[in-house]
Design a protein around this ligand. Sequence first.
Ligand SMILES: Nc1ncnc2c1ncn2[C@@H]1O[C@H](COP(=O)(O)OP(=O)(O)OP(=O)(O)O)[C@@H](O)[C@H]1O
Length: 575
Amino acid sequence: MLSLMSYASKYKKQLILGPFFKLLEAILELFLPFYMAKLIDQGIRQNDLAYTIKMGIYMLIMSIVGLICVMICQYYSSIASQGFGTELRNEMMKKINQFSHREIDSFGSATLITRATSDINQLQLALAMLIRLVIRAPFLSIGSIIMAFYIDTQMGFIFLITIPVFSLILFFIMKKTVPLYKKVQQKIDHLNLVVSENLSGVRVIRAFSKKEKDVENFGEVSDDLAQAYNNVTNLSALLSPTTILIMNFSIIFILYFGGIRVNTGYLQTGQVLALINYMTQMLLALIVVANLVVIFTRAFASANRVEEVFQTQPEIETTPIENELPWNEETLLSFQHVSFKYTEKSGYALEDINFNLKKNQTLGIIGPTGSGKSTLIQLIPHFYSTNEGTILLNNQSVNSFKTGQLRQHIATVPQKSTLFSGTIRSNLLLGKPDATEEECYEALDMAQCLEFVMSLPDKLDSEVFANGKNFSGGQKQRLSIARALIKRPDLLIMDDSLSALDYQTDLLIRQALKEKMTKTTVIIISQRVSSVKNADNILVLKNGKQVGYDSHERLLGNSRTYRDIVNSQKEREVE
Ligand SMILES: Nc1ncnc2c1ncn2[C@@H]1O[C@H](COP(=O)(O)OP(=O)(O)OP(=O)(O)O)[C@@H](O)[C@H]1O
């Protein structure tokens, strides 16, 4: 938790002045009953109106100054806690962005969302409480005891006896609730997971008429969370009535023994009232301390979860190369005995892959489902690190590039096209932020979607909904291709991205690439032989192994797997 406090270091002023003003307010609050006792005993009882008014004015001034102090403290605590939360969230997003796909897979997106929202909110609340109450509550508790002893030593002992009774009850409640709070946070993770899965898969759920099942499933998870909350809040709720019970018993003791001491002349009525006030003040402050313990325990659990993200060393930490080689190597991409597995326990998704791809050539990758095609191309932009072997881009290991530096040379069109909410233009500019209008049109033209974009009323500025929900699968795919082409990368990777298109469009896009992207080396993954047969070389994968690497004609002769794929598709080919 302490390591996270460094993110609050910008708010030193607020962290010092906030508690300072709260302390001032607590001091004033502590003296109020004292003045009230004087007002009663020396003012009202002795019919001294001037003294009564004087004490009344003192009390009023103290209350007003106290109120101002509270407002200043609240202001500082809001600034510091909100700023701290924002800082933490920004840093966490930066950190998550540095993660390789392996780290994101191992955390899971649901828990990363909970950590960036609910856990950081918890820390934000803890900091606000730290500023507002951490000094005030113990100060008021201790101060009340001292004032009680100051008024009457014997009565002060009632205060001393109350504290261990209260602490014992507090200890038992805390012992039960703290582990339950940790469970609650895990249940929120689970709920997030279900909500995000349901929302992203809402169309499939409806298509399979599984709405009721989905609602039922959500209901179960939500009930589970509610149950966990109930368990913990039922226990925590015991705290208030028990404190009030102790408080009332203490007041009875004060009234009983105070009455005796008033009769024997050791105490005055106003002082008994002041003692009751101090008892109330002390116990209320102790309730605050108890709540603080709950808040800080939850914050500790959240801090561990947040720290876990911060302390995860991204697998892909590179020693950046100082001087990149000029991009005139003849071989652009080279796989040398590359093997890869997703987790230590899983088997190899790729095993001993070897090939060289020359600059400006086209490589086709083909193979049955699950043969490792997408895995292979994810290693090139260093989304994952290889377990064995080396991948060279322009004769430099991809591990030695800074990821940003590496990825600026590469554009990938993923298998599942993703568009972001905004406009067509804003989506294209993700590929090249300073692209001109002409470059946008040129990219759209190569991706065979110029005509369709021009037919929209707002053309380039037409709205795109989140995930491109207002476009068809093929339209989304073409826009994603245009976004990659506008970058004019050294290496363009198309991961089965032509398969959502009809054969004619697929052909036209490949022709446009050949004619207009002459300086770009292209990797095309496809299930269709027609999409890869004209490539300079085709890599054939089967069960993560390389079972062929040659031209179409030669593979027909030397690769049985390739021949089988070709034969199975013969009737469907248009070329
Ligand atoms: N994130 C992941 N974590 C663990 N295993 C994975 C992950 N992604 C893929 N795999 C496994 O790696 C193997 C290769 O998958 P990959 O997606 O590379 O196949 P593919 O050839 O692209 O298949 P398709 O043609 O269906 O897209 C599969 O066995 C798959 O289960």
